[in-house]
Design a protein around this ligand. Structure first.
Ligand SMILES: CC(=O)SCCNC(=O)CCNC(=O)[C@H](O)C(C)(C)COP(=O)(O)OP(=O)(O)OC[C@H]1O[C@@H](n2cnc3c(N)ncnc32)[C@H](O)[C@@H]1OP(=O)(O)O
Length: 175
């Protein structure tokens, strides 16, 4: 199957935080942000897969700074690696106070999507060809993150997570 690049799935989504998106403190609700991130990530995954995708899992997401009413939210998504029927998407989220132009990094996250056909059966996805050093790093890390999330999802035995185990062995040697 033809390999694809991260650039081919690169997706940018911009949103403006309106009153209906906020909590009683006037900050963007976490659930609303996760919803926007899911949409951005799904668009990136579909560009890569050439098929409809469903969200299989969302890794731990930390909310580093509150995002305020009236801020612009910019979400960037791109596929980091294709496996058999699933892809990992990396998201970077920025909040910008438009009048001052001040921009802060708000979140980073990884979402996993599975490609499905019209009958709902899972289908194979294209591999990813990293083009830069940074993309290669994300590609290598994707295998370890996949093993961790499959263990947590009860889909893999810890003993089978060879790359993850190797990482722990390395850090034990260094300590
Ligand atoms: C864009 C949206 O918001 S869609 C709406 C929300 N999402 C949904 O409704 C999805 C509902 N869930 C499902 O349809 C199914 O559970 C699926 C398609 C995600 C997985 O199907 P299953 O039959 O459980 O999984 P199966 O064991 O066949 O594996 C299929 C792929 O899913 C991956 N997968 C399964 N569970 C997980 C998980 N918890 N985390 C990451 N990947 C997973 C597998 O690794 C496999 O990928 P691979 O082929 O690249 O190795």
């Amino acid at each position: 199957m033809l390999k694809k690049t991260s650039a081919e799935s690169y997706t940018i989504m911009n949103e403006l935080v309106l009153p209906n998106d906020t909590n009683t403190f006037g900050n963007l609700m976490g659930g609303r942000l996760l919803y926007w991130m899911d949409i951005c990530a799904a668009m990136a995954a579909q560009k890569h897969c050439g098929h409809v995708v469903v969200t299989a899992s969302v890794d731990n997401v930390s909310f580093k700074h509150p995002i305020k009413l009236g801020d612009a939210v910019k979400i960037e998504g791109k596929v980091t690696r294709g496996f058999n029927t699933s892809v990992e998407v990396r998201l970077d989220v920025w909040a910008q106070d438009l009048p001052s132009g001040t921009k802060i990094k708000s979140n980073e996250a990884y979402y996993t999507f599975v490609a499905i056909d019209k009958a709902g059966n899972t289908i194979n996805v294209p591999e990813l060809a990293p083009e830069t050093e940074h993309e290669q790093k994300l590609y290598d890390g994707a295998l370890r993150r996949r093993q961790l999330r499959l263990i947590l999802g009860g889909k893999m035995q810890p003993d089978d997570a060879t790359e993850l185990k190797a990482l722990f062995m390395e850090s034990q040697k260094e300590a």
